[in-house]
Design a protein. Structure first.
Length: 122
């Protein structure tokens, strides 16, 4: 499994996040986020539906867990470290954060996150 977390930084500096099960590396989810989810409205629509099995090219084409499970909702955090710790327990090694119109990517190796230039994968 190559899971990831997709998040948005809110105006109050809280973070709203969802889990994405498939293709979480920059070549997959990262590239799709940059190319297809480049504005706040689209990102908010994606996050509002909750966890995804597969990220589609639009929020309407994603495969959402909420369609089959009642607990696959978005989660709120107040610290980036708390968000990463939570999703690390879910098997995530990639973390995408939409901040002020730009995607930021972190990769966690041995629990130590490092920034990744996902724009190099487009």
């Amino acid at each position: 499994m190559n899971a990831c977390c997709i998040s948005v930084l809110n105006s109050d500096n809280s973070i709203t996040s969802i889990f994405c099960q498939s293709d979480g590396a920059p070549e997959g989810v990262g590239k799709t986020l940059i190319e297809e989810y480049s504005n706040s409205a689209t990102v908010s629509q994606l996050i509002s539906h909750g966890d995804v099995k597969d990220l589609g090219f639009t929020p309407d084409t994603c495969s959402y867990y909420a369609e089959s499970m009642s607990y696959a909702y978005s989660r709120n955090f107040y610290q980036l470290e708390d968000m990463m710790a939570y999703y690390s327990e879910c098997g995530c090694s990639w973390y995408y954060l939409f901040d002020n119109g730009e995607w930021i990517c972190y990769e966690s190796v041995s629990g130590r996150p490092s920034l990744v230039d996902i724009y190099a994968y487009v």
